[in-house]
Design a protein around this ligand. Structure first.
Ligand code: SF4
Length: 91
């Protein structure tokens, strides 16, 4: 048998405060994860990085390229002649 205390339309002040605290905690934890992930780069292998261009696509013409040899999203030394799955052309 299920206890339906929380489904009552009249929740106690304690329950309301507890729910608010949990919601704020989850929101704060989410913000922390987002901040951390925004600063992390993925590995070249995860991005399927290669040292050669793919057709007309290369790091030199990718919006994520950071001259002379870095990328906003991929770790390590990035060749201007390279390419990966995250390629996005400069406009
Ligand atoms: S193609 Fe990939 S590795 Fe190269 S700059 Fe763009 S996102 Fe970075």
């Amino acid at each position: 048998m299920r206890n339906n205390k929380d489904s009552s339309p009249h929740i106690s002040r304690r329950v309301a405060l507890t729910r608010t605290a949990i919601a704020l905690g989850v929101a704060a934890a989410g913000a922390t994860v987002t901040d951390a992930s925004a600063q992390q780069k993925i590995t070249p292998a995860a991005a399927k990085y290669q040292d050669q261009p793919k057709g007309q696509q290369s790091c030199a013409v990718c919006v994520n390229f950071q001259p002379p040899n870095a990328c906003k999203f991929v770790q390590g030394t990035i060749s201007p002649s390279g390419w990966c799955l995250l390629f996005a052309p400069k406009t």
